[in-house]
Design a binder for this molecule. Structure first.
Ligand code: KG4
Ligand code: ZN
Length: 343
């Protein structure tokens, strides 16, 4: 018997995603991004994102169906990001998913965006061993999660106390005159830079906690660049990008490996947009190999927001017989990471 076909809908930020998954098989991943509309503001403008979702939602679902070569009536279950994220943006996806579920008379799962960033790895690397450690690094979140069970038990160990890792990338990019969103541009610029040029601070590394802090690092980069400019010297963008990226990758990978050791966990999953970063991926691979930890990182296109990750979590919930959400569930911009499935 073939596994159920699950449609996943993602609208928590600036990506309208519609994905189709059967079991652990990815069939389609359609994405429409409004990022270009936010670029001149240097950050995502919530109202602009919501309106873009409204326009892109149905075409994205239609595109996913066409990619997979299936019809809407073939869909067996629907999953949607219920939170966390931008309230107005989430609302578009949640309303669309409810409409599809009602029209098709199929079960609906309102799921947690962060758990979906972890679940997507199953599409590439198979079932997630339990327990696993998850490092989630995106524009809105930096979290270390102990995952004894992706569906029933996600334990937050630490999170950022100020800027998220992606936010730091985006802000430092602005300081360096690179476009928004800064992560991919810093990654590219850093490729030809010297990561040892500036020893930027590794904040919150030595306190023993699993929390992160990136605002001091961001300020240190800004001060360094200002001092250069004040001295009339050119700013070595590639070197600063590489040195900054190194500081972020160093702290993230050390904390993740330390957390694995402390909790006796030998599988680490990294997810979220910043997991697309080439230096983070390389350093994580190096340090996990040295520590005997199996590293799992989805391919970059599945690290940034997409509908397939939501479908992947929906498929897992459906396969485990989880009770679907009721049609009355709200979009929750502050949905706690411990709530994998909303009622
Ligand atoms: O997961 P995501 O697509 O959206 C959120 O849930 O926030 O993450 C977006 C973030 C942005 O801050 C972006 O700059 C960052 O991920 N990002 C990267 C890279 N690609 C995207 N950061 C560093 N290196 C990259 N290659
Ligand atoms: Zn995300």
């Amino acid at each position: 018997m073939t596994a159920p076909l699950v449609l996943g809908i993602e609208t928590s930020c600036d990506e309208t995603g519609a994905g189709l998954v059967r079991g652990h098989e990815l069939l389609a991943d359609a994405i429409a991004s409004s990022v270009a509309e936010h670029a001149r503001f240097g950050g995502v403008v919530p109202e602009v994102a919501s309106r873009a979702h409204l326009e892109a939602m149905v075409p994205a679902v239609d595109r996913a169906l066409a990619m997979a070569g299936v019809r809407l009536s073939d869909v067996d279950a629907i999953a949607v990001t219920a939170g966390p994220g931008l309230a107005g943006a989430l609302l578009v996806g949640v309303c669309a998913a409810k409409a599809y579920a009602l029209a098709l008379d199929k079960p609906l799962y309102g799921v947690n965006h962060l758990a979906a960033h972890v679940a997507v790895d199953q599409l590439e690397h198979g079932p997630l061993p339990a327990p696993a450690m998850a490092l989630l690094v995106s524009g809105g979140h930096s979290s270390l999660l102990l995952v004894p069970d992706l569906v029933t038990d996600v334990v937050p160990l630490g999170a950022t106390i100020d800027d998220a890792a992606g936010e730091a990338f985006d802000k430092v990019a602005r300081v360096l005159g690179l476009p928004f969103p800064g992560g991919p541009y810093i990654d590219r610029a850093a490729a030809s830079g010297d990561r040892a040029l500036v020893a930027f601070p590794r904040s919150k590394y030595r306190d023993g906690s699993c929390d992160f802090s990136f605002s001091g690092l961001k300020t240190a980069v800004a001060r360094w660049v200002e001092a250069r400019e004040a001295a009339g010297a050119p700013v070595p963008v590639a070197d600063v990008a590489a040195s900054f990226q190194e500081a972020v990758a160093d702290v993230l990978t050390r904390k993740a490996v330390d957390a694995c050791r402390t909790h006796g966990v030998d599988h680490l999953v990294i997810g979220g947009g910043v997991a697309a970063n080439s230096r983070l991926r390389a350093l994580a691979a190096e340090r996990c190999a040295a520590a005997g930890i199996t590293l799992r990182v989805p391919r970059p296109a599945l690290c940034t927001d997409n509908g397939a990750m939501v479908a992947a979590l929906g498929a897992e919930l459906h396969a485990r017989g989880a009770a679907p959400s009721t049609l009355g569930f709200p979009a929750d911009s502050a949905l706690p990471v411990t709530t994998v499935l909303t009622k």
